[in-house]
Every structure is written in C-alpha cells, then in structure tokens.
Design a protein around this ligand. Sequence first.
Ligand SMILES: NC(=O)c1ccc[n+]([C@@H]2O[C@H](COP(=O)([O-])OP(=O)(O)OC[C@H]3O[C@@H](n4cnc5c(N)ncnc54)[C@H](O)[C@@H]3O)[C@@H](O)[C@H]2O)c1
Ligand SMILES: [Zn+2]
Length: 363
Amino acid sequence: MKEINIDLAKDKYSIYIERGLIDNISYFIKGINRGKKIALIIDENVDNLYGCKIRTHLIDNGFSVKTISIRGGEGSKSLRILDSIYRKLLDFNITRGDLIIVMGGGVAGDVGGFAAATYLRGMDFIHIPTTLLAQIDSSIGGKVAVNLPEGKNLVGSFYQPKGVFIDPNLLCTLDTREFNNGMAEAIKYACIADKNLFHQLLMLSKEEIDREIEDIIFTCCNIKGKIVMEDEKDRGNRMLLNFGHTIGHVIEKYFNYEKYTHGEAIAIGMYNITLKSEIAGYTKEGITHQIKEVLEKFGLPYRLPDMDRGEILKTLALDKKSKGNNIDIILIKDIGEGIIKNLSRKIFFKEFFPHKTKSGGAI
Ligand SMILES: NC(=O)c1ccc[n+]([C@@H]2O[C@H](COP(=O)([O-])OP(=O)(O)OC[C@H]3O[C@@H](n4cnc5c(N)ncnc54)[C@H](O)[C@@H]3O)[C@@H](O)[C@H]2O)c1
Ligand SMILES: [Zn+2]
C-alpha cells in the first residue's frame, strides 16, 4: 500500500492508495475515530454500485450506518442539498464523536465535506474518492464548498479530512468521459510540476495507463500534497494548481455546468492560456502543441468555444483569483515549470478573450 503523509499547521492525516482498499476500511476507521455511528454521504450512482458492499462491511464491523445518498453532477453542490444533508444528520442523532464518510466524486466530496465542516461546528470525516478527478485532486487539500447561482464554490471552507482512502479498483465502473475528465487534472499536474509524468501520459498506451494507474495517482497526490503543505490556505504557490482554471471556470459557468465537464473546461483553459503565453514569449516554443497532443490523446477538447464577452467579464469579476483590478494567472514556462503572473483584468480579458474571429471563436 502506498501512503502519503499530509502534515499541515493544525492537521495531520494520510492518503492511502491500494487496489481493494475499501474491503478493509473498518480497520482504518477504528484507528481514526472511536464513534459507533457513521453517516455515509454517498453519490447515488456509487451507492448503486458499491453501497451495499461497504454498508455490509461496516455493519459487520459493529458500526451503525445511515446512508445519505446524493445525485452526481454539479447541481448537487447547492445550499438546498446541503440543507437536506443537515436534516438527515439530525434525524440520525449523530454526535461530534461520530464519523462522516464522504464517498463519491468531487461533487459528493465538496458538498459532503462542507456538511462535515459545518455540522455541529465540524465533525470527523474521511474521503473515499471514486472518480479519477476526486482521487487525484478534489479529495486532497481540504477545500470544501457549494455553489451559488452566481458562481462556483462561492460558499465554502478549508476543512481537512481525517484520512483519504483511494481504491483504484473503483475506477473500473467509471465511463471514459469521466476518466478523461480526471486525466485533465493529471495533465495539469504534469504541466506545472512533472515533466516525466507528462511524457508518461503522452507515450503510454491506454492499456499501459490502466495498468500504471495506481502509480499515476500516487504521483499526482504527491504533487498536490506537497503544494498544499507549502500553502494550505491558497495564498501563494497553491495557486499553481489553478493552471487552466480561470478560463475553465468561465467556460463551465457560461454553459451552465452542462456542456463541459470540469476537466474538459480546464483542458480548454490550459491550451488557450499557453497558446497566448507562448505568443507573448512567457512559454517555450512548441509547448502548446505538446499540450494539444496529450489532450487529444485523452479525447479532451482544446478549442475555445464561442462566448459572449459581457458574460465572461461578469464571471471573471466574481472569480476568487481576482484581486481588485488584477488577476493571478498561472502560466507554464516549460512542461513541468508552472509560474504565477499578476495581470490587470483588462489586459487579461483583451488578450485571452479577444473578439470573435472569422473562424468562429477559436483563437
Ligand atoms: N475541492 C477541491 O479541491 C476540488 C478540486 C477539483 C474539483 N473539484 C470539484 O469536483 C467536482 C467534479 O467532480 P467529479 O468530476 O468527480 O464529478 P462528480 O462527482 O459529479 O462525478 C461524476 C460522475 O461520475 C459518477 N461516478 C462517481 N464515481 C463513480 C464510479 N466509481 N463508477 C461509476 N460512476 C461513478 C457520478 O455519479 C457522476 O455521475 C466539481 O464540482 C469541482 O468543482 C473540487
Ligand atoms: Zn480542477
């Protein structure tokens, strides 16, 4: 089993990675929490696939379990769903000594994690991430949040789990689009911090990727863990993790979180920010092409869709990375070398969202 220790100012926990890990989850839980009750906040599809197995295992190990099932998809990161989770926790009479398990993709992780962060002023919780995106990204680092109609993740907190339990076997039921959605984040890590990973992702066949997935997850978690340990509250280097995300968030919001997955939106973001940055001379020549190659390999889009500039500006004004009239943009100098650049929002808008081209919006 692979283990990564996350050591933060106030919290310490481990990320465990192993095929078949959820079959022994009680053993780990008993080392983390002494409670008898477990609220299992679980994605509905994951519940259908694995709920019975994990519940039986927990009950056989002496726990009393209440399942709180929530739909996958961005729509569940809402105040309404949060409210329904609180009420179910209340019905279950769960106490601060008990445990919440959050099992699912980034959506279940974000809303379930925020419920754990706030219910009874904060309860112990663990993550069992089930999408590739959640296994390499959203379950690590303690960011938990829900959306408002005006924008993504506008209500949230930094709240660390007591452990993250990654079972790569759970990915076998994930469809290709969702797998590739997570791959976009792996490509992001490779771009900002790991040239070898980038070449691995570019060169390995699909079958080899499947075979190596445990190591790829480990590499990604290590990169994120290291950055989070340096900058828990996202004030410095952690911003590197936002490579491709400023444009990505605008695209997701513009199309109502329906047309593009998070990974697809950031894929477009990574490609387009690098294209502009290469033209401006911040990025080594030829890098944009390499990014395009790896994105295409995983069926990820790269062309900027046609969007209304006024709407984009409104969304950018709400972006958490905006500071007054300026915005921090993450660029890469070379593969594996991310940098943070502070630009005026006006310049960013003009350079990165230019008026529609004759070819129909792609830059
Ligand atoms: N907190 C963070 O640091 C952070 C980082 C990155 C992304 N996020 C958030 O993560 C969210 C996206 O997460 P996501 O892409 O995992 O989406 P998701 O949680 O909606 O899951 C995608 C789909 O996969 C299904 N699914 C999950 N696990 C499965 C499995 N093992 N087998 C079959 N189907 C399965 C779900 O039911 C859902 O339909 C976004 O809201 C994003 O903002 C958060
Ligand atoms: Zn992301």
